[in-house]
Design a protein around this ligand. Structure first.
Ligand code: SF4
Length: 249
């Protein structure tokens, strides 16, 4: 088997897991793109409203479960008015298996009312507007904008990177941030990734978190970025995500 080429930085020194994050990040990102492609949102949706509702439902749930729910939900509800035309209890039953269904039903009805009252029935395209809707924080707003409104994302001064639990864990393990707060981590990542990679950076990182870099049992032995990871258990390193929670070995 041919040995992988030795990567070197500007000084000619090899780039490895102990190199600075700005040297490692572009190579790590490239390898994740090679592994997971351009990255896709694994939620099923066809309209901005569907993406918004599916993203709200995905909190504390899995995309597989949300896709099961929305397969029938989106047959029954098409416009914001539809979610307000039924009693809240009926909507709760329709989304029950996503968990936290009472709060989610309340958020969905609230955001539909907001879209009708303040945005003429259309999902708004800017982050500043999206986060005014009930139940919509920056993570959800970033997912919706990057998925449904890429042109708006390109010019929105508030655009960013969707930071979910996988992105938080990976950002710590890879040594990209010392923060635990999602908004601060997003600021760190925005400074490191070129703007045209913000959307894809989140998507491939989430896929890597789901398929390889598990919260409890990361599969470091088969990880495509193992040689660049300062938390590699295969290299006998301490997991920086666990360390940050005071659980280091
Ligand atoms: S080497 Fe292990 S901890 Fe590091 S990114 Fe890969 S799976 Fe995660």
């Amino acid at each position: 088997m041919t040995a992988p080429p030795v990567l070197t930085g500007p000084s000619g020194r090899p780039i490895d897991r102990d190199s600075g994050k700005t040297l490692r990040l572009p190579i790590i990102h490239q390898r994740l793109v090679e592994t997971y492609g351009d990255g896709v949102i694994e939620l099923n949706w066809t309209t901005p409203l569907e993406l918004l509702i599916a993203t709200v439902l995905s909190a504390q749930s899995t995309d597989v479960m949300v896709n099961k729910i929305t397969a029938s939900l989106f047959q029954k509800y098409h416009e914001p008015e539809d979610y307000l035309a039924v009693p809240q209890e009926e909507l709760e039953q329709d989304i029950k298996s996503s968990g936290f269904y009472r709060q989610k039903a309340k958020s969905i009805r609230g955001l539909c009312a907001g879209i009708l009252e303040r945005f003429d029935g259309d999902v708004p395209q800017t982050i500043a507007e999206l986060i005014t809707l009930p139940g919509v924080a920056r993570k959800t707003a970033n997912v919706v904008q990057s998925g449904a409104f890429p042109e708006a994302m390109a010019t929105d001064p508030d655009a960013g990177i969707a930071v979910d639990t996988h992105v938080i864990r990976l950002s710590k393990r890879l040594g990209y941030t010392r923060h635990s707060d999602a908004v601060k981590i997003e600021q760190d990542l925005k400074r490191m990734y070129p703007r045209d990679q913000w959307s894809n950076a989140s998507l491939v990182t989430i896929l890597h978190g789901r398929r390889c870099c598990d919260a409890l049992k990361p599969a470091c032995y088969r990880c495509p970025v193992e040689t660049l990871c300062p938390s590699s258990l295969a290299a006998g390193r301490t997991d920086k995500a666990r360390q940050a929670r005071g659980m280091g070995e």
